[in-house]
Write a protein that binds this ligand. Sequence first.
Ligand SMILES: [Zn+2]
Length: 360
Amino acid sequence: MAGAMAVLALGAGTATALTPGVATSATSAPGTDGSATPAPAAEPAEPATRADGDSDTTTAVDGKVVTRATTALQRAREVTSESTSLTAKQERAIAEQADAVAELLAARSSGAASRSSEREPLPTEREALPSASPSPLVEDDVRDEAGADDGASGDVVDDAQDGTADAVSTEQVATATKKLTRLVTKARTDVTVEAAPETPVEITAAQAAEAKAAAAKLAQHVDSFEGFANGRVPAAELRELSFAGGETLRRDAAAQLERLDVAFRARFGTHLDITDSYRSYDSQVAVRATKGYLAAVPGYSEHGWGVAVDLGGGVESFGTAEYEWLRENAPMFGWDNPAWARSGGSKPEAWHWEYTPLQG
Ligand SMILES: [Zn+2]
């Protein structure tokens, strides 16, 4: 009981915050008395199982509709107060619809005691209402109820004449709420187009599409190392990774790894952790001395061709989320953990990834 009253009071308060001028009837209504909450005990003759047009005799359904309406009002207040990019038109539409919902809630609470089912519109009449259309039917209902004479609302005058406007049905609240929710959702979508990040999956798909589109153009770099020996490529021919200072690759390999990194970061929040990339002949000799058979024979490493990286950050172990994600997604960028380096391969190295140019 107390909860329901708080809900109704909140609805009216929201309406006031949005447009004080229109909310007068809403703000006055909750003051009626404690009988505002629809009490199932007052209508014992009504079947409590119907969840359709006469659902307002069912408190459970009732409560849901009121909760939805209240939530919609809260969101309306949030979006109008927090958004800086709402158009004046959007803001007005949301404010007006919020007032309509608040008024329906208030009128519903004040009319609950005297409400009788025969005064409500027949189900067939209600079904005829275009609930999904942007027509101002709902507002007109409210205005009729409030006694305003609006020449444009002739299409709903019948409601007022047969007195149904006194009894606000659950469906009226639900319909008005639906419309408000739609306006708020639309506003939020418009607002968040720039601000909200796309999902990691969407970002990955977009990057992969770019990688594929860039493939033909990047093919010109494939032969750029021709004439140089493995590990003897001049620095000018290499491209440094923007997200990993000092780490260099052949230009096409670097470009596609940059795209993969964007996708990886969208998913994991961190850049790819590059522990090794292009390796000069001298450093291959040094690595061979340290790692022994684990490192390729100097002059034969893909690192010496600028098309291999060693990765940390979780990727160095099989079965991690990072490793599995890369196995699934990196091939779309031309990168993969080669078969020999996979778990069960001839020389398992989860951290070692190689680039093979995508076909354009
Ligand atoms: Zn490696």
